[in-house]
Design a protein around this ligand. Structure first.
Ligand code: GTP
Length: 352
């Protein structure tokens, strides 16, 4: 079995953190996010992986190389221009030699049972099978409706209340697909094509698309809130990964004075946390300095950030690499640009 991992998106919702790294290279506790997806594939026995890249492919290639150190054979294709989620699969076609392959969105954390999904895919004779995850409120998602035999009846994008049927399960696309080689024929070459909006409805119209409902752990890490939640979930052992648990997680070279570090905190390499500081439910990058008495709670800090003494970085804050939060400043619910300086009077100076 081969797997194509889509790792080429711009990750706009995670800016400014994705200005200096592609989303799949954002850390999830102790390793880049996509390394957990490789671990998941290796646990399922998949050893042949293709990264379909676009935005900042160098960061992926320099970390993962030929994949040997990660237990896989890894090959790369790079979009000549953004090709969308189906275009990026089509672009990998010359490297796909198996009759059947997996496709993973490179921003989904899950411990889905790939063997059980494959068993259903084979039993139904599907051209494509989409893993589905339950949601309480489907109004912000694309609802996937199935027939009794699990073939896809229809996709309902962002359904309004009157489009929902009483008692029906609310299931959405979970970003993991099994495809027969023939599915590639549904994707025109060299064009920007969305797998969700164009390719799947086309396959569904032939009756060859099936859904695989699963209750396994599932989270899309594409927003600051969900990325933070994913880190906290890994630290709590809520999802099967190879990361050390329980938290907190402190990378190599971290120095902590007499500070409070919550079990829901991830601290990047060589970060220094001074006496009296407190870090809770946050992801802190590498080489960050957190000054005496500073508080960091519910926040994402990039690399080389400085939080000066007595500052408070609170719920919903995302701080780009190298930014400085001035002594005594309180910031909440804000996105601080890369290299910006936040002054005690509340002014934000953009990066020089
Ligand atoms: P946002 O800009 O925040 O929406 O993030 P994104 O660019 O990652 O888009 P989205 O979350 O819709 O992408 C789902 C998955 O497909 C992610 O793993 C992306 O890396 C990947 N992806 C999205 N668009 C492309 C593309 O044009 N080319 C490639 N190679 N991958 C893509």
């Amino acid at each position: 079995m081969q797997a194509v991992v889509l790792v080429g998106g711009q990750g706009t919702r995670l800016r400014p953190l994705t200005e200096s790294r592609p989303k799949p290279m954002m850390s999830l506790v102790d390793r880049p996010f996509v390394a957990h997806q490789i671990d998941h594939l290796v646990r399922a026995g998949v050893r042949d992986v293709i990264f379909s890249c676009g935005y900042r492919p160098d960061a992926l290639e320099s970390h993962f190389g030929d994949g040997g150190a990660f237990g896989v054979t890894l090959n790369y294709v790079v979009d000549p221009e953004p090709l969308g989620t189906a275009g990026a699969v089509k672009n990998a076609e010359p490297l796909i030699h198996a009759d059947r392959f997996l496709v993973l969105n490179g921003d989904i954390l899950t411990d889905l049972d790939l063997h059980a999904m494959l068993a259903q895919h084979q039993a139904t004779g599907a051209v494509g099978t989409i893993a589905l995850t339950p949601v309480e409120d489907p109004s912000a998602f694309g609802l996937v409706r199935l027939h009794g035999d699990r073939s896809v009846e229809e996709f309902v994008e962002k359904p309004s209340a009157d489009e929902l049927r009483p008692g029906e399960p609310y299931r959405i696309n979970a970003g993991t697909y099994l495809m027969e080689r023939g599915a590639l024929e549904f994707i025109p070459a060299g064009q920007k094509v969305s797998i969700e909006r164009e390719t799947f409805p086309a396959i569904a119209a032939t009756g060859g698309l099936y859904g695989y409902p699963s209750d396994s752990y599932w989270r899309d890490i594409g927003t600051p809130a969900s990325y933070l939640d994913a880190n906290v979930d890994v630290l709590a052992g809520a999802v099967t990964t190879e990361a050390p648990t329980p938290g907190p997680y402190l990378a190599a070279g971290v120095s902590v004075g007499s500070a409070t570090i919550g079990s829901d905190a991830c601290i990047g390499a060589d970060t220094q946390i001074a006496n009296g500081a407190s870090v809770q439910r946050s992801v802190v990058g590498a080489r960050v300095r957190i000054g005496g008495g500073a508080q960091v709670r519910g926040a994402l800090l990039g690399d080389d950030v400085v939080v000066e003494p007595g500052a408070a970085v609170l719920e919903g804050v995302v701080i780009g690499d190298g930014a400085v939060i001035g002594a005594g400043c309180e910031v909440r619910d804000a996105s601080i640009p890369t290299g910006a300086v936040v002054h005690p009077d509340g002014r934000v100076l953009a990066a020089s």
